[in-house]
Design a protein around this ligand. Structure first.
Ligand SMILES: Cc1cc2nc3c(=O)[nH]c(=O)nc-3n(C[C@H](O)[C@H](O)[C@H](O)COP(=O)(O)OP(=O)(O)OC[C@H]3O[C@@H](n4cnc5c(N)ncnc54)[C@H](O)[C@@H]3O)c2cc1C
Length: 416
């Protein structure tokens, strides 16, 4: 029998939609709101670069990806694990596969297909979608308040409220972080939003910027402090972008915030030892240009050579020992991270001490929070979406318990 208790979810991203999935499966009447004209805008953006849904890593290293929040995520991931996510997707008709790096992707479906099936399933269960409704805080009686597209305010009393409003990167997808003032007004402690998984800025010379923007630097080892990352990097007009840069961006950001220099060391030839490199560079090069000599001797690409030229002094380039050292350890001075709006994700938001184990706000009983609006960060690799799904699941289960309902069974099935 359908329970007529009305609950409100705000935010049609992965966290909010997962929460609506759990709540509707338990038989509750769910109204879900979003400020945008359609659901899952950021999820669709994530799909453009190959939708990396989660990762096949074991539980312990997986939870460690959430840094200071590893312990909290270890519990969240145990309750809704990467395997649970894959089983649920299978129930929706979406098979997944594990790529060579351990990253999990949909086999045949696009983000668009997945979202379409998901929304249809929720609509069939009676979930009511209210688009173009911007959450604006609470009425005096605690009911959620929305601004409609016609400029009217709508009060929508509910037994419980689940907020999944996202972080503050890519504001064009709807998650613009403007909700913070409404929770701050209720005394909820928030950390300011900061860019995570973002590019970095370098003060390139005009010559280097104009000639090499968009050029790749292949198979590098990047180091900052005690952190390392391997992969391909792209030179941009502003600095550097790419997987290994994103992986180190939190460390770089934290150093810059402490007004400490954030030296990034690049190993341009990680497949050759320093000793071997020195030997190769000590061969006489005759009349050959240094660029040609390095291309033939160690397969150094044009952009990598030009980067050496950009950073090293003429004396460095003349001395084979110093040059070998620079190739293995090229210091690039980072002046800033790219702005929050461009970052893949954000750090900051509602701090974990503000919520209980069910992700309910201590200061607002009956109000639950999930997804990137909570103050956690993780690298790319499927950890962000898994974090959104697991917190959405947990907050919804918490809401069910709070209303005295039996938690939803696992794995979630689209038909139950
Ligand atoms: C370019 C890019 C690529 C990415 N690729 C991947 C990837 O491959 N794998 C991965 O794991 N992660 C990826 N991510 C990150 C992932 O998309 C996010 O972590 C995830 O979408 C967060 O889910 P969420 O539900 O918490 O928030 P969101 O998806 O941001 O959803 C929040 C929703 O709340 C709505 N909202 C906000 N404020 C209000 C308001 N006041 N009133 C009403 N509605 C509001 C928004 O419109 C939005 O629909 C990528 C992100 C970007 C930008």
């Amino acid at each position: 029998m359908k329970d007529e208790t009305r609950v409100v979810v705000v935010g049609c991203g992965p966290a909010g939609l997962m929460a609506a999935t759990v709540l509707s499966q338990a038989g509750l009447s769910v109204d879900i709101f979003d400020t945008k004209a359609s659901a899952g805008c950021k999820f669709l953006v994530a799909g453009r670069g190959g939708l990396n849904l989660t990762h096949a890593e074991h539980a312990e290293p997986f939870a460690a990806r959430y840094g200071n929040n590893a312990e909290i995520f270890s519990k969240l991931l145990a309750d809704f694990s990467p395997d649970d996510l894959r089983a649920w997707l299978r129930g929706l008709g979406v098979e997944t596969f594990i790529g060579t790096s351990g990253r999990v992707f949909p086999k045949d479906a696009t983000a668009h297909n997945i979202l379409k099936i998901w929304l249809e399933t929720l609509a069939k269960r009676g979930v009511a979608f209210h688009y173009r409704h911007r959450w604006q805080g609470f009425t005096q009686t605690g009911a959620p308040l929305f601004l409609t597209e016609t400029g009217e305010t709508l009060e929508f009393p509910a037994k419980a409220l689940l907020l999944a409003l996202g972080g503050a990167s890519w504001p064009q997808t709807g998650s613009d972080g403007s909700w913070t003032s409404f929770l701050a007004a209720k005394g909820v402690l928030l950390e300011p939003f900061r860019p995570a998984n973002c590019g970095v800025e370098v003060a390139w010379s005009e010559h280097f910027r104009t000639r090499f923007s968009g050029k790749p630097l292949k198979n590098l080892l990047l180091c900052c402090g005690d952190r390392q990352a391997i992969g391909d990097v792209v030179i941009t007009a502003h600095g550097l972008e790419g997987g290994p840069v994103y992986a180190l961006s939190a460390v770089i950001r934290d150093l810059l915030e402490q007004t400490r220099p954030a030296p990034l060391l690049l190993d341009l030839k990680r497949d050759i030892t320093l000793e071997r490199l020195q030997e190769k560079l000590e061969h006489p090069r005759g009349k050959e240009s240094l660029a040609n000599f390095l291309r033939k001797a160690i397969h150094l690409t044009g952009p990598a050579y030009s980067l050496l030229h950009e950073i090293c002094t003429p004396e460095d380039l003349k001395n084979p020992t110093i040059l070998a050292g620079r190739i293995k350890n090229l210091p690039v001075s980072i002046i800033n991270t790219r702005p929050l709006a461009e970052a893949i994700s954000s750090a900051g938001g509602v701090t974990f001490p503000e919520v209980d184990a069910n992700l309910m706000l201590h200061k607002m009983p009956g109000v639950f929070v999930a997804g990137e609006m909570l103050d956690w960060e993780a690298p790319t690799g499927g950890y962000l979406l898994q974090g959104a799904f697991s917190t959405g699941y947990q907050a919804a289960q918490g809401l069910l318990k709070w209303l005295g309902h039996t938690p939803s069974p696992q794995p979630l099935s689209p038909d139950s």
